[in-house]
Design a protein around this ligand. Structure first.
Ligand SMILES: NC(=O)c1ccc[n+]([C@@H]2O[C@H](COP(=O)([O-])OP(=O)(O)OC[C@H]3O[C@@H](n4cnc5c(N)ncnc54)[C@H](OP(=O)(O)O)[C@@H]3O)[C@@H](O)[C@H]2O)c1
Length: 174
């Protein structure tokens, strides 16, 4: 069965963005050709899931949508579905999951953000967590893991330590 994988960067104190949603704290990283296994990870992915706020941010970064090779599902209450075949707006996570989980294909990348992760955690749907810990603290911001309703146990599949101080831990749900 296709796995749902969260791949995300989080500060030491647990934030994925500042309170206003910016991710400037990531600007110091990804230099000297370091990609933290991202390109290889993306090769395993056929579908991405994004919350609407994260989607808006991603499309604002550049004119090239980074998930052109995948099908994107955007969780939103909005009915303004863009007329692009590979980007699908849905207002219910259950509809997204029933569309994709039992179909053959590559794995599913949960991009974020926090509210969308929380909804997936509530339903115990995250099979793998690829967590890159950024060696910074923000003091306040959008937490990676909001309060949720499930207790899960994960085992460590792999760890990678990068020369810029990022430590990546790859967990798989037991
Ligand atoms: N550090 C990283 O690696 C990383 C990765 C990803 C994201 N982020 C950050 O995460 C932040 C965004 O996170 P976020 O938690 O604020 O937002 P989010 O999860 O990206 O999106 C929230 C939106 O999802 C929709 N939504 C949420 N629950 C829903 C439900 N039950 N039914 C239907 N739609 C629902 C709503 O869209 P509508 O308002 O349209 O209804 C809501 O406003 C951004 O600042 C981004 O930079 C960081």
């Amino acid at each position: 069965m296709r796995k749902i994988k969260l791949y995300i960067a989080m500060t030491i104190d647990g934030y994925i963005a500042s309170l206003d949603g910016h991710i400037d704290f990531l600007n110091d990283y990804g230099k000297d050709g370091l990609d933290y296994g991202y390109a290889k990870f993306l090769e395993t992915i056929g579908t991405v899931i994004l919350g609407r706020k994260t989607y808006d941010q991603v499309i604002g970064f550049s004119s090239n949508y980074p998930y052109e090779k995948q099908t994107s599902y955007v969780l939103t209450t909005s009915k303004n579905n863009p007329k692009i075949n590979h980007i699908i707006f849905k207002n219910n996570i259950d509809d997204i999951i029933s569309d994709i989980k039992d179909k053959q294909g590559k794995d599913i990348f949960l991009v974020g953000g926090a509210k969308t992760i929380k909804i997936m955690m509530d339903k115990n749907l995250i099979d793998e967590i690829h967590l890159s810990i950024i060696p910074k603290t923000l003091g306040e911001g959008i937490p990676c893991f909001l309060k949720h309703q499930n207790l899960s146990t994960y085992q460590v599949l792999d760890t990678n330590t990068y020369k810029d101080g990022i430590v990546q831990i790859i967990y798989r749900k037991i």
